[in-house]
Design a protein around this ligand. Structure first.
Ligand SMILES: NC(=O)c1ccc[n+]([C@@H]2O[C@H](COP(=O)([O-])OP(=O)(O)OC[C@H]3O[C@@H](n4cnc5c(N)ncnc54)[C@H](O)[C@@H]3O)[C@@H](O)[C@H]2O)c1
Ligand SMILES: *[C@@H]1O[C@H](CO)[C@@H](O)[C@H](O)[C@H]1NC(C)=O
Length: 443
């Protein structure tokens, strides 16, 4: 490989159409010594150029596509599965109107699974896409996919950076909506693997929006931003009009960038965009990297848990929002999203651009969260209380949800007590730990 690369430097134009004259001349003199006839030399040169071109095209193919995407899609059978999954089961003209046809990204994720199921249950068509990455246990993602499959929802294994795959999906199905939930989540992991945030939350988002703006008809896009965009904002409760230009983590910065990027696609191409700022979502089938989940695991296994505390011994607090409330907010956003106005990648008129907080408006401190879990699990936690390190976490979150209430009819109904009860019940039935069985009977 190395030899070929060096040859390539010598033999190829440095920029298209520009030959390095001097080097080409030296090469010619060298080659001249070996081959007496100019005819043979010409053939050899042709051969070398052909070899290099083959190598180059192979190389760029490997670089741009195969690194992330294994082509496990395509074919007639695959297309049939996509079409069946995308077809609404609500007949046109039914009381609730014609069904939607929704492409859900991150469908094997926590929120994606719940939203896909809810859509399917009310008769909408759903196709999922997920890359099943290993940020947390992929077997949980596979189990969620199996759950979706049992309800007739097909999830394509693929990356949102794969433009060819997205184009294919829009060719097969005229999706009315895209619910974009795929992302690299987690605040602290950004210090370990910053590139994964750029890959999924920036490059992946742009790749998806490109496919949406090209699609005919263009879908309306509803996507997950995050409460983390409020960053160092300390006016409470957090309201959509507050400052979001001081993110405290790379994760938050990529979500904020997403709000700006979606705005440009709304402005230039007429895509209908709704950004949802979720506040700490929790519940059954949740994310193992989140505190309520890992606390539950560690408490059951008798391991200590680390509870962060803010400056001046102030407890951290979160506006924990139960998954069913978030799902209602997502579906209401899809139902009220106005149409995209572009065709053939051109805007025909202004399209809606909306941003909503989806929270619970009832912040709870982390120590309170722990004591609720202790009660349901019937095990005392071994708390290891430490000062919060400067790793991107903010001390508290609290949503003002008036806007979502007004425009989406959003009204969260699940308290942390109720929601954690449902989470613990699911956790014990899913993982079935011995220690847990006893607690299970007490719920
Ligand atoms: N759960 C929360 O508390 C919370 C809070 C605020 C915002 N959000 C946002 O909500 C969305 C859903 O979060 P979640 O909790 O369900 O997370 P999750 O990690 O369970 O789900 C995201 C899914 O997207 C997939 N994915 C990631 N990158 C991808 C890519 N490049 N191509 C294809 N698939 C990819 C992952 O495999 C995963 O299954 C995310 O955008 C997240 O940032 C979540
Ligand atoms: C919540 O936001 C609305 C605007 O959406 C504002 O009118 C109201 O005063 C805010 N409420 C509080 C308690 O800050």
């Amino acid at each position: 490989m190395r030899v070929v690369a060096e040859e390539e430097e010598d033999m190829l134009p440095s920029t298209p159409g520009k030959v390095k004259i001097e080097r080409a001349g030296a090469m010619t003199r060298q080659l001249h010594r070996c081959f007496a006839s100019t005819g043979t030399m010409f053939l050899w040169a042709l051969f070398l150029v052909a070899m290099t071109a083959t190598y180059l095209s192979f190389h760029s193919f490997v670089d741009t596509s195969s690194r992330y995407f294994a082509a496990s899609w395509g074919g007639l059978h695959w297309e049939r599965q996509i079409r069946a999954s995308a077809s609404p089961r609500r007949p046109p003209g039914s009381a609730e109107g014609a069904g939607l046809s929704v492409l859900v990204t991150g469908a094997a994720g926590f929120v994606g699974t719940h939203c896909s199921l809810a859509l399917r249950k009310r008769g909408d068509g759903v196709v999922g896409i997920d890359n099943f990455n290993k940020y947390y246990d992929p077997s949980l993602k596979k189990a969620r996919r199996a759950l979706l499959a049992s309800h007739g929802v097909f999830v394509v294994e693929g990356d949102i950076n794969d433009g060819r795959l997205l184009t294919k999906l829009f060719d097969v199905v005229p999706f009315t909506h895209v619910l974009h939930l795929a992302a690299q989540a987690g605040v602290r992991y950004a210090m370990e693997n910053p590139a994964s945030y750029v890959h999924s939350n920036i490059a992946g988002l742009v790749s998806l929006l490109e496919a949406c703006k090209e699609a005919d008809p263009q879908p309306a896009v509803v996507w997950a931003s995050s409460s983390s965009v409020y960053g160092l904002n300390d006016a409470v409760p957090f309201s959509e009009a507050h400052r979001t230009d001081r993110p405290a983590s790379l994760y938050a910065a990529t979500k904020k960038a997403g709000e700006e990027i979606t705005h440009t696609y709304n402005h230039i191409y007429g895509l209908s965009v709704t950004g949802l700022r979720f506040f700490t979502v929790y519940g059954p089938w949740g994310r193992p990297d989140m505190a309520y989940f890992s606390f539950t695991r560690n408490i059951l296994q008798g391991k200590p848990i680390t509870v962060y505390r803010g400056r001046d011994h102030v407890d951290l607090a979160r506006d924990f929002t139960y998954i069913d409330d978030i799902v209602r907010g997502c579906l209401a956003s899809l139902d009220t999203a106005g149409r995209s106005t572009g065709t053939g990648g051109r805007k025909r008129g202004p399209a809606p651009y909306r941003i909503f907080n989806l929270g619970n408006t009832a912040p709870v401190t982390v120590p309170t969260l722990v004591s609720i879990l202790e009660r349901y699990l019937r095990v005392n936690a071994k708390r290891n209380v430490v000062e919060m390190p400067g790793n991107g976490d903010v001390p508290f979150t609290h949503a003002n949800i008036s806007l979502a209430r007004e425009q989406l009819g959003y009204k969260p109904t699940t308290s942390l007590e109720m929601g954690l009860k449902k989470f613990v019940r699911w956790y014990l039935s899913y993982y079935g730990y011995n220690r847990g069985t006893q607690a299970f009977n007490n719920l």
